[in-house]
Design a protein around this ligand. Structure first.
Ligand SMILES: [Zn+2]
Length: 334
């Protein structure tokens, strides 16, 4: 079976994402597979419903596949081939990066505008209006490979979770586990969110099991808190970046003939793969900005403008943000 081709590849918080969003209007074809998943041939293949407000990010684990390099691609392919039952997640994440199956409202690619996040099917609570399917983004982190790959997959998952929390204006306590929703469905409501995230109910789904690493309550809690701390670190770095910068230093007026030593540029992406930078360049240009790619230390940086006065760069950054791009101001020596 040929590998899937992503519609576009972009980066989210430094993680490569292959966009392969299930098109609206896709319907079940194979009657027996549909029936096994609780549907029938001709039923919609995904919920195809907007999440009115994303309130949580839900973490899952699924198994690494033997002799498969790009596991997230293979899970996405299995989804496209009607082999994942009713499961629909927003992103499958492995050590290489991620494959996006549903809109998450990222605004990072054409098929996924901001405020477009859609309902997945991953929390086991059907269409409960306050449940995980209807209110959260589902991230499936593929683990149980070797420890190096697992650590990388977990790190990629943490970076993506942090970025999505930040994008949707959510704090770290809105990062939850599949087991959180299992407890909710069972009528349990612990005042401690971490307890709700890690409380094992015998015979029910225990997920993310590889992050928990043990069914021992104290160990699972410790491991979940460690993962959460990693996400929080990335979240703090992101929210720190959006804190308004200090007032610009006034431009010296005493030496108007002196050439400024620095130029301010607005950067809206840095990529190790040139193709990804070119994709971002095309998007920024399509939005009407004069942008260019510059290669620095092996990274392809997408930048806009060159200003000797910082406030001009800030004005440009504000325009870019208003157009849905993220960015920051960088300086270069003239
Ligand atoms: Zn799960």
């Amino acid at each position: 079976m040929a590998l899937l081709t992503p519609n576009v590849t972009y980066e989210m918080n430094g993680v490569t994402v292959n966009e392969k969003i299930i098109p609206d209007g896709t319907r079940w074809k194979d009657g027996s597979k549909a029936k096994a998943a609780g549907f029938s041939a001709g039923s919609l293949y995904k919920k195809q419903q907007k999440i009115s407000k994303v309130k949580y990010v839900t973490i899952h684990n699924t198994d690494d596949l033997d002799n498969v390099n790009d596991d997230a691609e293979q899970y996405t392919r299995a989804t496209y081939n009607e082999n994942m039952n009713s499961s629909r997640v927003h992103l499958y994440i492995d050590d290489l990066g991620a494959w996006q199956n549903l809109r998450a409202g990222t605004g990072l690619c054409k098929a996924d505008p901001v405020n477009s996040a859609e309902v997945g099917w991953h929390a086991g609570d059907d269409s409960s209006t306050t449940g995980g399917n209807m209110t959260s983004l589902g991230l499936e982190i593929i683990m149980n490979d070797n420890s190096t790959h697992d650590a990388k997959a977990k790190d990629n998952g943490a970076k993506i979770a942090a970025w999505l929390l930040n994008k949707h204006g959510l704090t770290i306590d809105k990062l939850v586990t599949h087991t959180y929703w299992v407890n909710k469905s069972a009528g349990k409501s612990f005042s401690d969110v971490d307890k709700q995230c890690t409380n094992l109910i015998s015979g029910k789904k225990w997920c993310p099991s590889y992050i928990f690493a043990s069914t021992n309550a104290a160990t699972a809690l410790k491991n979940w808190k460690a993962f959460k701390a990693l996400v929080e670190k990335y979240l703090n770095a992101l929210s720190g970046a959006t804190v308004p910068s200090p007032a610009p230093t006034p431009t010296p007026t005493t030496t108007p003939t002196t050439t400024p030593a620095k130029l301010y540029r607005v950067q809206t992406g840095a990529y190790s793969v040139k193709k990804n930078a070119d994709n971002q360049l095309a998007k920024v240009k399509a939005a009407g900005f004069e942008a260019f790619v510059t290669q620095v230390n092996g990274l392809y940086k997408v930048q806009v403008g060159a200003y000797s006065v910082r406030s001009n760069a800030e004005a440009m950054l504000a325009k870019l943000k208003a157009a849905g791009f993220s960015g920051f101001i960088t300086t270069v020596n003239k």
